[in-house]
Design a protein around this ligand. Structure first.
Ligand SMILES: Cc1cc2nc3c(=O)[nH]c(=O)nc-3n(C[C@H](O)[C@H](O)[C@H](O)COP(=O)(O)OP(=O)(O)OC[C@H]3O[C@@H](n4cnc5c(N)ncnc54)[C@H](O)[C@@H]3O)c2cc1C
Length: 244
């Protein structure tokens, strides 16, 4: 039921739920290194686009590892969340999801969290993502398409090569891509790292900006947005990892 259609205000910020056991309903391979997991939650509550969940793994000897993963789905998908996970070869949690978890498995999660990196219906909006940093931005884009399609929103998405594009089948005219290493053979768009020209191409020079990716990506993109005269207090950032 689309009870949130047309407005984001019914989604109140509440205390996140306690740990619960979700069931992995489906797994989609997005790229060679990235998979999306649709997880059904017994104590589901609507999230704000941009929020994340914590995931906890417990080994037979009691050892625990906990990581955060952004919700990729719209809160209109009642009863479930989608998490999109990039596999880090030397990681603890992300390879477990990729190599061990299968459909029907149970996973322990808690959320939703975050009150700052969330979209509450502001407009216009510029989304700037690098690599798996596109995940929470996709939740915002998906929700806008379904709940508030009239709002002006663009996604600038920096990705290494064609095979690394997450959600490739969902990126339409509201997304502008740049390929930093290997663009597709017939590519006529932007290549190389995100720059002022790419931000100008978005057609948005004011409003709220959401930036997500590695530390280095977020630093660079924020600097460029400030140069493009976005107001500092309207630039929200989320950093995923320690590398630049
Ligand atoms: C709020 C928030 C939301 C996040 N959302 C997502 C998401 O939607 N999808 C997603 O794939 N990840 C997301 N992350 C990153 C995620 O929480 C983990 O850090 C990541 O999956 C690595 O965990 P791991 O156990 O596999 O690797 P670890 O065992 O933690 O680390 C292995 C090695 O990789 C390095 N490393 C750790 N994290 C990263 C990273 N992100 N990039 C590059 N190197 C890293 C470590 O320094 C270490 O050398 C999010 C992080 C935060 C804080």
């Amino acid at each position: 039921m689309d009870r949130l259609s047309g407005s984001l205000t019914p989604v109140e910020l509440r205390a996140p739920g306690s740990w619960q056991i979700g069931t992995v309903n489906s797994i989609k391979r997005e790229t060679p290194h990235v998979k999306s997991f649709r997880i059904e939650l017994p104590m589901w509550m609507p999230h704000l686009p941009g929020q994340h969940y914590d995931v906890r793994l417990t080994a037979p000897d009691g050892y625990r590892a906990q990581r955060s993963y952004s919700v990729a789905s719209s809160p209109l998908d009642e009863g479930e969340i989608e998490l999109t996970i990039d596999r880090l070869d030397d990681g603890e949690v992300s390879p477990y999801f990729h190599d061990v978890v299968v459909e029907g498995d149970e996973v322990e999660v808690r959320g939703p969290f975050a009150s700052y990196f969330v979209w509450r219906g502001e407009a216009p909006v510029l989304l700037v993502g690098g690599g798996s940093g596109v995940v929470p931005l996709m939740a915002i884009l998906r929700h806008r398409r379904r709940a508030m399609p009239g709002i002006s929103m663009r996604l600038l998405y920096s990705v290494r090569s064609a095979e690394d594009v997450i959600y490739a089948d969902e990126l339409g005219g509201d997304a502008v891509l740049t390929f930093t290493r290997k663009p597709p053979a017939d590519w006529t768009g932007h290549v190389g790292r995100i720059d002022g020209a790419l931000i100008a191409k978005s057609g948005l020079d004011s409003g709220t900006a959401f930036v997500c990716g590695s530390n280095g990506f977020v630093e660079t993109a924020t600097h460029l947005l400030l140069e493009a005269e976005f107001e500092p207090e309207r630039i929200r950032t989320e950093r995923f990892g320690p590398t630049g």
